[in-house]
Design a protein around this ligand. Structure first.
Ligand code: PLP
Ligand code: ZN
Length: 412
């Protein structure tokens, strides 16, 4: 018998096991399914040296990802920079602050990680059509990876999305469906479509595989900190999957002996206009009250988060914290990151920077904690949120006199 790295799928709630199929929900208890690995076997084969000798993409962790076929759709997602943020650290008062800059992925958000895994898995399953409901970044990434893979592609987005996110999807030429409804409406619609068409919906029937891609944001930070974990991570939350999987990434590294026992505290960051996970955690409950999103942080605007319960569990287990910020604070966060570190992020990054600042001020993140903040998306896609709040440029004629009169002699 061949000894496989992956045993199958397993229900997170009742533990019932399933074969590796494109399914995501337990038939018995409706719990979410998760990939079940053979860690003993993986442990015999995975070492720091082997990882460091791998490609400079998330596929350096292939043995810990649920893809066994050889056809990998890799447009170079992952292995993004971890940057020491001394200027921002000084402003917010954190001695050792790093930012994981995932805004420089191929389609400029962390979604390239989950999609690279999901589309590779969909091909392994034999699908010829991939699809997703999306708040924007996922749309960009699925369309790009489908183009590379030569698959048919259907993308469903809210019709009020930022134009940058629409164009960054259209350019890859998918079937783009704009829906007059919010993300939660579209997600429901897509679940119905998934029942009727043999398509790989990356974040529905392929979700158990897709979400594993997020673990690499835990692995990379540990590897880039020289096989150590930070004292604190600040993570933006939409469905809650990313936060949950960063925790899983650290846990797996620990259990495989690649890092020491980790004690990282997790902080969830949301927009006040859509903060169901933060609210539940701060009220001390683990049941989520769905909300109707109203925020400029559209990539985080999921009012009924699928993994919210598990994200809250991670916050509780790690004695973490949670914070939410207003749209004004999000814009301030975007500007602050740009001014201090030279990185232009989208509202999700503004949420993270704003929440960091707020929680440090409130003493809920300590100044001497080695902290990593996750910057998950790029500001070039959402220029409208800052276009009206920037300093005006000078305007001159092409002469030295005009330059001196209108620029050099203007005193603030
Ligand atoms: C999707 C997304 C997230 C969070 O995703 P989860 O659904 O919580 O896994 C964070 N930042 C950006 C920019 C995103 O697009
Ligand atoms: Zn179950």
């Amino acid at each position: 018998m061949v000894r496989e790295y992956i045993k199958g799928l397993k229900c997170r709630e009742c533990g019932r096991e399933y074969p590796l199929n494109p399914i995501n929900i337990c038939e018995y208890c409706f719990g979410p399914l998760e990939v079940n690995y053979n860690y003993d076997l993986i442990g015999e084969d995975v070492t720091r040296d082997k990882i460091m000798g791998g490609p400079n993409t998330l596929w350096r962790y292939k043995k810990l990802l649920p893809v066994s076929g050889n056809k990998i759709i890799d447009i170079s997602a992952g292995f993004t920079p971890l940057i020491k943020a001394e200027n921002l650290g000084r402003v917010v008062g954190i001695r050792e602050l790093y930012l994981k800059n995932d805004s420089v992925n191929p389609t400029f958000s962390f979604k390239d990680r989950v999609v690279s895994v999901a589309i590779s898995k969909a091909i392994e399953f034999g699908f010829d059509t991939v699809a997703c409901p999306s708040t924007g970044n996922l749309a960009n990434s699925v369309a790009a990876h489908a183009a590379r893979a030569g698959l048919n592609c259907y993308i469903f987005i809210p019709s009020n999305l930022e134009s940058g996110k629409i164009i960054n999807t259209q350019i890859y030429n998918p079937n783009l469906v704009m829906v007059d409804g919010n993300y939660d409406d579209i997600n429901r619609l897509c679940s119905e479509i998934a029942d009727n068409y043999k398509w790989a919906f990356v974040n529905i029937n392929i979700r158990p595989y897709y979400s594993e891609g997020s673990k690499t944001l835990g692995y990379e930070v540990a590897e880039q900190l020289n096989w150590e974990t930070p004292d604190r991570v600040v993570v933006p939350v939409a469905s809650g999957s990313l936060l949950t999987k960063i925790y899983k990434g650290f846990s797996e590294f620990q259990n495989l002996g690649l890092i020491d026992k980790f004690e990282t505290k997790f902080t969830a960051a949301q927009a006040l206009g859509c903060s169901p996970v933060v609210d539940a955690f701060n009220q001390g409950v683990d049941t989520i009250k769905p909300v109707k999103p109203n925020t400029i942080a559209k990539s985080l605007a999921i009012g009924n988060p699928a993994d919210g319960y598990y994200a809250i569990n991670v916050l509780q287990m790690t004695k973490g914290s949670a914070g939410a910020v207003t749209d004004e604070e999000i814009v301030e966060g975007i500007k602050l990151l740009a001014r201090t570190e030279g990185i232009f992020t989208e509202p999700a990054g503004g949420v993270v920077v704003g929440t960091l600042k707020k929680l440090v001020e409130e003493g809920r993140i300590e100044k001497d904690e080695r902290t990593v903040i996750y910057i998950t998306g790029n500001g070039l896609k959402t220029q409208e949120v800052v276009a009206n709040v920037l300093a005006k440029p000078y305007r001159i004629d092409p002469t030295i006199e005009s330059f001196e009169e209108n620029v050099m002699s203007v005193k603030e």
